[in-house]
Write a new protein. Structure first.
Length: 136
């Protein structure tokens, strides 16, 4: 009888440990917050950072004024954001919202709290955000 109780106790303890580790391992990362260009215009403040995660060529062809370029596909983004201030608010955009969504997710997983996906450059442009086109 003692041997049986000991066996059940071991199984119970092992199951408990597995459950605790599973809970922490599979906790979901915070969801990326997508906002509209209009919401961006209403909530952006001085000191917030606007990031264009498209390629340098895409950036030169036209970007939102004051945006910095950190190429997601080329790997520059992954290196640059590690050195950014995690207390600031970041707004990311790209051509469609796909790359900026992935970039925002990386930032949230790295501990950034205020990261927003603005979506597509064309939407920002169509909603009146000032843009710049660099001369080739």
């Amino acid at each position: 009888m003692n041997l049986l109780n000991s066996h059940f106790l071991k199984i119970f303890l092992l199951s408990s440990v597995i459950a605790v580790f599973s809970f922490f391992k599979f906790q979901q990362a915070p969801a990326v917050k997508a906002i509209t260009p209009q919401t961006y215009k209403e909530q952006v403040q001085k000191g917030d950072v606007l990031v264009d995660v498209r390629t340098p060529a895409e950036f030169r062809s036209g970007h939102v004024e004051s945006a910095l370029n950190a190429d997601f596909n080329g790997g520059e983004f992954a290196e640059q954001f590690k050195n950014w201030d995690k207390t600031k608010t970041y707004y990311l955009y790209c051509a469609s919202g796909n790359r900026s969504g992935k970039a925002a997710k990386l930032m949230l997983e790295a501990g950034f709290k205020n990261v927003y996906n603005l979506g597509a450059f064309k939407e920002l442009q169509a909603n009146g955000l000032p843009t710049v086109q660099e001369k080739q």
